[in-house]
Design a protein around this ligand. Structure first.
Ligand SMILES: *Cc1c(COP(=O)(O)O)cnc(C)c1O
Length: 393
C-alpha cells in the first residue's frame, strides 16, 4: 500500500504536478519574505491589503482582553459569544439579508449549506468551473449532481426542465477563483424563480471588492440589485462569502432568509459539530467590516491597478483572460511552461503562482496574478518588464 503512495507521488512529480509549500516569514502583504528572500508578491487573496493593517492588528489585543483567545465550545453548546453575535448582525445588515451565520471557513460553509438544504431526492446544478469546496459539498449531500458548462445557462435551463427532483439547488462561484470572471447573476436568479430552485452564490472573491461599498456581487448594478431584491422576497438566494480574503482575517459567513439560517443551525453539521472560531477573530472582523464599508479609496485604487496591469500586459506573447476583478490570469497553456515562467519570475524576486491541473482544466495552466490595493504603480511596471524579459528568453 505504501509503495503505491510513493509511486503516485513520483508520477505527480514527473508530470510537474507535485505541490510544495514555502515558508512565509513576514506578514501577508505585497512585499514579503519567503524562505529568507524578499519578494514582490502577486499571490495572495488579500485584495484590499487588510491582512496586516495596523488598525486590525491593534484590535487583536482588545479582542483578547474582552473574550480571551479560544471559544472553548461549539456554537450550540456555549461557544457562541457576543463578538460572533455582533458580527452576524453587522454582516446581515451589510449584505441586505434577514440573517447571517458565521462558519469557521468557506470550505465548511459550503459543505454545511449544501448538505443541510438538499439530499437524496434532490438535484444540484453546478457550473463546471466551481470551487472544489462546492463540488465536495455536492458529493457529500448525496443529491444528484448535474454539472453544466461554464456560464452555459441554456444547458442549465434544459437540465432544470428535465429534472424531476423534489428540491433544486443551483450552486456557483460568483467570481471564479482561477479565472476572475463573474457569474451572470440576474439570469441565474430568473432561472431560479422560473423553475422554483434555490441559488447558492459563493462570493469568496467578490465580497469587499465588488459592489457598492464592497457589499459584493449582488450590489454591482442597479438592475442586479432590483432583480435580487425581488428574489429576496421569495427568499431563494443564499449568499456565502469568506472573511479570509478581502476582509483580511479568517472565516466565512452565509447570509439568507431567517428560514434558511434557522435550518442551517439545526442541520449544517459543519456548523454544529465543530468548535466555534475564536471570538477574537469576530472582534477583528467587525473592525475590518468598518474599513471595507468606509474606505472606498481602496477599491478605487484596486480598479486603477487592474487597468494599469491590462495596459502593461498588452504586448506580451501570452494573453490575460477576460476579467475585471483583481484576479488576472495570464494564460500559458502548458503546465511545465507555466512552471518555468513562474520560477523565472521568482528568480527575479517576483512571486506569481502557476496554477496547474487539476485545479484548472488540462492545457490551461496559467499564472494567477492577483492584485491588492496596496500594490504600487512601480510594482506593476516591474512585473510587466520581468515578463517581457521572460518572453524573450
Ligand atoms: C477560498 C474559497 C473558498 C474557501 O474559503 P476558505 O475560507 O478559504 O475555506 C470557497 N469558495 C471559493 C470560491 C474560494 O475561493
Amino acid at each position: 500500500m505504501f509503495s503505491d503512495l510513493a509511486e503516485q507521488l513520483l508520477i505527480r512529480e514527473q508530470q510537474g504536478l507535485k505541490r510544495y509549500r514555502s515558508i512565509l516569514e513576514s506578514p501577508q502583504s505585497t512585499h514579503v519574505t519567503i524562505d529568507g528572500h524578499a519578494y514582490l508578491s502577486f499571490s495572495s487573496n488579500d485584495y484590499l491589503g487588510l491582512a496586516s493593517h495596523p488598525v486590525l492588528v491593534q484590535s487583536v489585543c482588545q479582542g483578547a482582553q474582552l473574550y480571551g483567545v479560544g471559544s472553548g465550545a461549539s456554537h450550540l453548546v456555549n461557544g457562541h459569544s457576543t463578538a460572533h453575535h455582533l458580527l452576524e448582525e453587522a454582516l446581515a445588515q451589510f449584505t441586505g439579508f434577514s440573517e447571517a451565520l458565521l462558519f469557521s471557513t468557506g470550505y465548511m460553509a459550503n459543505i454545511g449549506v449544501v448538505t443541510a438544504l438538499v439530499g437524496r431526492n434532490d438535484a444540484i446544478f453546478a457550473d463546471k468551473l466551481n470551487h472544489a469546496s462546492l463540488n465536495d459539498a455536492a458529493i457529500l449531500s448525496r443529491a444528484q449532481l448535474i454539472r453544466y458548462p461554464h456560464f452555459d445557462l441554456l444547458t442549465l435551463e434544459r437540465r432544470l426542465i428535465a429534472s424531476k427532483a423534489k428540491r433544486k439547488l443551483i450552486i456557483t462561484d460568483a467570481v471564479f477563483s482561477m479565472d476572475g470572471d463573474v457569474a451572470p447573476v440576474e439570469n441565474l436568479v430568473k432561472l431560479c424563480n422560473k423553475y422554483n430552485a434555490m441559488l447558492l452564490l459563493d462570493d469568496a472573491h467578490g465580497f469587499g471588492v465588488l459592489g457598492r461599498n464592497g457589499r459584493g456581487i449582488l450590489f454591482t448594478s442597479e438592475k442586479r440589485i432590483e432583480s435580487v431584491r425581488t428574489a429576496l422576497h421569495a427568499s431563494n438566494i443564499i449568499y456565502m462569502a469568506t472573511l479570509g480574503k478581502a476582509a483580511g482575517v479568517f472565516g466565512a459567513f452565509v447570509a439568507a432568509s431567517s428560514e434558511i439560517i434557522a435550518t442551517l443551525i439545526q442541520a449544517a453539521k459543519s456548523y454544529i459539530y465543530t468548535t466555534a472560531s475564536p471570538p477574537i477573530l469576530a472582534h477583528i472582523l467587525l473592525k475590518s467590516l468598518q474599513l471595507i464599508e468606509q474606505d472606498n479609496w481602496r477599491r478605487e485604487r484596486l480598479f486603477q491597478l487592474i487597468k494599469q496591469l491590462k495596459d502593461a500586459m498588452r504586448t506580451l506573447r501570452w494573453r490575460l483572460l477576460p476579467s475585471n476583478t483583481p484576479i488576472q490570469p495570464l494564460l500559458i497553456g502548458d503546465t511545465k511552461e507555466a512552471m518555468r515562467i513562474s520560477q523565472n519570475l521568482k528568480s527575479q524576486g517576483i512571486l506569481v503562482p502557476a496554477i496547474r491541473p487539476p485545479t484548472v482544466p488540462r492545457n490551461t495552466a496559467r499564472l494567477r496574478i492577483s492584485l491588492s490595493a496596496s500594490h504600487r504603480d512601480e510594482d506593476i511596471a516591474r512585473l510587466a518588464s520581468a515578463l517581457q524579459n521572460t518572453n524573450a528568453a
